[in-house]
Design a protein around this ligand. Sequence first.
Ligand code: ADP
Length: 463
Amino acid sequence: MTLFTLGWEEWLSLPDLGLPAIRAKVDTGAKTSALHAFAIEPFGSAKKPMVRFAIHPDPADPDLEIICSAPLKDRREVTSSNGETELRFVIETTLEMGDHRWPIEVTLTDRGNMAYRMLLGRTALADDMMVAPSHSFCQPALSYEAYRDIPRSERHRRALRLAVLTREPENYSTRRLIAAAEARGHTMEVIDTSRCYMNIRAVGGEVHYDGRRLPHYDAVIPRIGASITSYGTAVVRQFESLGTYCLAGSDGITVSRDKLHAHQVLARHRIGMPTTAFARSPKDSGNVISLVGGAPLVLKLLESTQGKGVVLAETKKAAESVISAFQGLKADFLVQSFVKEAAGEDIRCFVVGGKVVAAMRRVGKPDDFRSNLHQGGTAEPVKITRTEREAAVKAARAMKLDVAGVDLLRGEDGPKVLEVNSSPGLEGIERTSGKDIAGLVIDYIEAKVAPKPPRSRTKRSGA
Ligand code: ADP
C-alpha cells in the first residue's frame, strides 16, 4: 500500500461547498475537523435539515466572503484545544487534496482569529494516509486566486435559503414558486408580510416575525398586495438594507404601484404610452380633457388594480361627470387618451432578467374595453414583435424590476405601455404559454445570488 503523505499544513478544496482553496492545519492531536464559519444558521425541514454559513477563506482578505450551505448531519459538543466546550453543527462534505477525494465530517465554528481556516483532525484521515509533522505542503499547492478566476458558468450551485413575502400562501403563484425552488434543491419559506415587524437602526437592523428575528435569506421574493404597498415596501427595504437580494426592489414596487409616478418614469425613458394627463382642481377638468385630445378617453383611479377603477368616457360630457364624481370622492385619478384600435385587447409580456420569456394576449368580455382577466377576459398565447419586446424590456428596466409583467396596448403607431406589475401572477401566463415560468424565475435568482468574484485585487503578475 502506497501511503498518501500529508504535511502539518496543506492546501485543500471543498468542492461541495464551493471552496476551491483552503489552507488547513493538519493536527492528529485533534479528533474532529473544524471549518471556520460565521453567521451560522440552520434551515430547511426536519426531514431535510440544512445549515447556511459564511466564510472568509483567505485570512488576509476580509472582502472575500463566500456563503455556503450544506445538509446538516448532527449537532455535537466539541471541546477545543483551549478546553472550552461548544455545541457545533456537523456537516459531511467532500475533501479534495492532490488527486485524492474523500468524504469527511466537519464541525462549524468561528475560527475568525485563527491563522488556518480549517483544522483537519484524525477522524478525517483514512488508513492509507500518513502525517509527516515535520513537513508542510506535501500535496499540490493551491491559491486564493482560485476564487477570482471561476467562470460564471462554473460557479458553485448550492442550496439557497429563499423566502416569499406574501399574504396568500395558497395561491397559484406562491405554490408554483415554492415547487420550482424545491425542485432545484432550495428551501422556500413563506412569510406573511403584514406580520413582519422591524427595528430600524444604522447597523444591524433586523426583521422580526412570530417573536423571533428572521434569519439571513439568500433572496426574498416580494409579492406585496396593493392593499399593503406602503408597509410591504418598508419590509422589503429592511431586507435590502440587510444585504438580501430582493427580486422586486422597494423602489420598483413603489414606483410601479403609483400609476402617475410610473407614467412619469416611462415618459422620461421615452417609452410609448397613451397620452396621459393628471389634475386635481375641478376648474381644470376641461383643460385636462383637451390635453389628451378630447373624448373618447379613459379615466383611471390611481389606486386601481384589476381594472376596477378604469372607466371609458365616450363623450366630453360623460368625461366631465366622471371627473366631478372622482373629485367629489377626493380620489386621485388620471386621464388618458383612448387607444381605440387596441379593441379591448392588451398584451402581457412577462419579463425575467431583461428578456421577455412569455407573452399572452388578453381579450375583454364582448362590450368591455378592459381586458383584465379579473373582469372576465380570456387569455391566449401571442407572438409579439421586436418593437413590443423592446418596449417591454425597456419598461421593466425603467422601473428597476428584474421580473415584471408589462402590459401594453397595440396602438396604430406602436406599443403603448399601460402598466408594469412588480408581482405578476403566474397562472395565466404559465397556462397560455405552457412554460415553466416559476422555474425561470428561480433560475434567475440562482444566477443573481451566485458568488461573484470579489473586487479584483492587484494581481501579483501585474496583469
Ligand atoms: P388596472 O391596473 O386597474 O388593470 P389598466 O390601466 O391596466 O388598469 O387598465 C385596465 C384595462 O383597460 C387594460 O388592460 C386595457 O384593456 C384597458 N385600457 C386601459 N387603458 C386604456 C387606454 N388608454 N386605451 C384603451 N384601453 C385601455
